[in-house]
Design a protein around this ligand. Structure first.
Ligand code: TYM
Length: 348
């Protein structure tokens, strides 16, 4: 084992969000809010706006630029402090793409063929999907492993990609007889790891759903939020007294979980308060809670978006710090693989 192949063992949290479309309540509860919690625990945290992932499907350049800045504003408005967390956009740190290429050569076609998200996103028109959309999980593995990150907080939908990241790390270590890449721990925790559509409790809340009524966007105003919860699909039964009573009631369960996640309490506590009551009472309470939690974020996002140059400056600074961490790990990986690295190189 080469000297440079010594892994970092301390806890390092990494996660990413795509700047494609706006942020949903699913992204907020399943990811952003938990990113802030990791930061508040004092762990080393890196959060990445994955613009290279976004272009796996066509992005209008002006919209991509705007979405990147808006997502950065969303991170900060939700509580990410760029002084304590490293916040940056992926394309400014070239190590991601370089390691992603190496992983294209480690991962097997069969592994990627099993990725359900590719099947969902490519749909029936697979022949016309970009190669990037297929290879995307390899880039995601590179995002994580180029920092030797140990913990990755994500929503439930990313689980399979994290398993692939583990497989890539294990295969690389095995093929080159090193103990170089850490085997990553997925952190899929809490009641909001899979926030469902407000129109269909069996489908994930998603920014790509054609119906805007299916999701709460972080940019929605108070009236829109109230209207979306009021119109959310439910059943005619009152809420049960305990979570077991939510069995087979996907929509009811989803609303209870959203309430619990927003209020930082358990579904049991929500049902202690609302069990026996109908949705006529629960939905307005949920809407009020959501507005109380989201309105300050919404307002802060708007304030930050007034100064895009400051956002860009902050992202550049974050990218400098990220590159300084990624660079030696990338170099060590190439060294292990047998690449001649004879230029004096600085992180970029
Ligand atoms: P993305 O941009 O689709 O989603 C960002 C994060 O939000 C979570 N999420 C949800 N959580 C709960 N309920 C929902 N309805 C919901 N919708 C989205 C996602 O699980 C995710 O945590 N491939 C990733 C981005 C990525 C990444 C990474 C993540 C790229 N590289 C490295 C972690 C580590 C994605 O497309 O997430």
């Amino acid at each position: 084992m080469s000297d440079m192949a010594t892994p970092t063992h301390r806890t390092r949290v990494f996660s990413g969000v795509q700047p494609s479309g706006g942020l949903t309540l699913g992204n907020y509860l399943g990811a952003l809010k938990r990113f802030v919690e990791a930061q508040e625990r004092g762990t080393e945290t890196l959060y990445c706006i994955v613009d290279l992932h976004a272009i796996t499907v066509w992005q209008e350049p002006a919209k991509l630029r705007h979405a990147t800045r808006e997502l950065a504003a969303g991170f900060m408005a939700a509580g990410i402090d760029p002084a304590r967390s490293i916040l940056f956009n992926q394309s400014q740190v070239s190590a991601h793409a370089e390691m992603g290429w190496a992983f294209n050569c480690v991962a097997r076609m069969g592994w990627l063929n099993r990725m359900t998200q590719f099947k969902d996103k490519a749909g029936k028109n697979r022949e016309n999907a970009s190669v990037g959309l297929f290879a995307y999980p390899n880039l995601m593995a590179a995002d994580i492993l180029t920092y030797h990150a140990t913990h990755v907080p994500v929503g439930e939908d990313q689980k399979q990609h994290l398993e692939l990241t583990r497989d890539i790390a294990i295969k690389f270590n095995h093929d080159y007889a090193v103990d170089f890449f850490p085997v990553v721990e997925p952190v899929i925790e809490g009641v909001a790891t899979r926030v469902m559509s407000l129109r269909d409790g069996t489908k994930k809340m998603s920014k790509s759903d054609p119906s805007d009524m299916s999701r709460i966007n972080l940019t929605d105003d108070a009236d829109t939020i109230a209207q979306k919860f009021r119109k959310a699909r439910t059943d005619p039964e009152p809420l049960p007294d305990a979570p077991e009573g939510l069995e087979g009631r996907a929509e009811a369960r989803n609303l209870v979980n959203i309430y619990a996640a927003l209020a930082d309490c358990t579904p049991e506590a929500v049902l202690d308060a609302y069990g026996g009551q109908g949705f006529g009472a629960f939905k307005p309470a949920l809407a009020d809670l959501a507005v109380a939690k989201l309105a300050p974020i919404n307002a802060e996002m708007a304030r930050l978006m007034d100064d895009p140059a400051e956002i860009d400056r902050m992202l550049g600074e974050g990218a400098d710090r990220a590159a300084a961490l990624a660079h030696p790990i990338l170099e060590a990986m190439f060294e292990i693989m047998g690449m001649v690295r004879s230029r004096p190189r600085t992180p970029r």
